[in-house]
Design a protein. Structure first.
Length: 369
């Protein structure tokens, strides 16, 4: 079967005036946003750059860099995707503007976005998913505790800023955490702004915690959202999510690998659709849901802080650093946990036990499915 790279090759010469902007176009923009555009795309919404020119400048910057390290979970094929999109008639003329990449360790915030103007009257607000930073991953975990997390508020602020400049129809889109942000901003924007949003694209993005659902208009958002998950999703089924997700066939075997958008299969200009998610995905959803019901928000916060304090105790700031310096970082993490006071250590182990209990309680459902 084909993937998003093949889609660009097949539809390179088909402009949006002939075949309108769709969910696969949005997914490609989401994947391209994982690329570092600092110094290439302006943070100004009025002075944009074509995708073709952005691809050219990125290629020049990395002319002698054969590795193009994107981190542990971001597919390096993203650079080739950018090049192919830049050389195509369909994507090359898209104007990119308003790029922001804000990482703040103290605020536990990782947020990035750009606006892609498909035409003067059609604009897609694209939010980046989790990058390679530990602070980005911690913010993901914090979504199960806090309302809002910093990137969610930033997503709303960004949408409100973009709409003042971008006239016509709006789309929001994001992969992974970016999908959550693409849902969050419309849930809290004004009714007038919400009416301008044509479709919300969420690609394997986690849902909302209960406090967010109570505070925001998530019902109107899910009614306008096009949510997609791979068949063994372990991300897009977390927390309170849409009940009407489209299930996409993936070329990968397990749920973690299936989170990679390059593994999502296509039939021509459409996703390869499956009737339902796998047993493993349902098992994961039920297990995490049951576990969260048993663990208070305070206990979740303590567990998350202890986990990431241990992970970063060896000085690592990214997953790549954790991976490449595994012996040093794991030794520092064990020492950090060992030096934690006995009461905290006991509470952490209790949370682990509750998770194992949730796993055991869902095993019969998984085994008999």
């Amino acid at each position: 079967m084909a993937d998003i790279s093949d889609y660009i090759l097949w539809r390179a010469d088909i402009p949006f005036t002939i075949s309108p902007f769709n969910e696969i176009d949005a997914l490609i923009l989401c994947q391209i946003l994982y690329i570092d555009f600092d110094g290439i795309i302006s943070d100004d919404f009025k002075s944009g750059i074509t995708l073709k020119e952005a691809a050219r400048k990125y290629a020049l910057r990395h002319m002698n860099d054969k590795t193009k390290d994107f981190g542990v979970f971001i597919n390096p094929r993203s650079a080739d995707l950018l090049e192919a999109a830049g050389n195509s008639l369909r994507f090359g003329g898209i104007e990119l503007k308003g790029f922001i990449n804000d990482i703040d360790i103290k605020k536990e915030k990782q947020f990035a976005a750009f606006t892609a103007s498909v035409s003067p009257r059609i604009h897609c607000i694209v939010y980046r998913g989790t990058d390679d930073t530990l602070v980005g991953w911690k913010e993901d975990f914090n979504m199960a505790v806090y309302d809002p997390v910093p990137s969610q508020q930033a997503a709303l602020d960004y949408l409100e800023k973009a709409q003042n400049v971008c006239r016509g129809k709006l789309y929001t889109a994001g992969h992974s955490k970016g999908g959550n942000l693409a849902l969050y901003a419309p849930a809290f924007c004004t009714k007038k702004l919400f009416k301008r949003i044509e479709t919300i694209f969420c690609f394997d993005g986690p849902g909302f915690n209960s406090d967010t659902c109570k505070r925001g208009d998530t019902g109107r958002v899910f009614a306008k959202a096009a949510c997609f998950v791979p068949q063994s999703s372990v991300v897009g089924i977390l927390l309170h999510h849409s009940d009407n997700c489209t299930v996409i066939q993936s070329s990968e075997a397990n749920g973690v690998s299936q989170h990679d958008a390059f593994s999502w299969q296509l039939h021509g200009k459409d996703f390869a659709i499956l009737p339902e998610r796998s047993d493993e995905s349902v098992f994961t959803e039920n297990t995490v849901s049951d576990w969260l019901k048993q663990v208070s928000k305070e206990a979740r916060a303590e567990f998350i802080n202890s986990l990431f304090d241990a992970a970063s105790s060896g000085g690592a700031l990214t997953l790549t650093e954790l991976k490449t310096r595994w012996l040093q970082t794991s030794a520092a993490a064990l020492k950090k946990l060992h030096n934690t006071d006995s009461d905290t250590r006991e509470r952490i182990f209790t949370i682990f036990k509750l998770f194992l209990k949730a796993v055991r309680s869902n095993l019969p459902v998984f085994g008999n499915a």
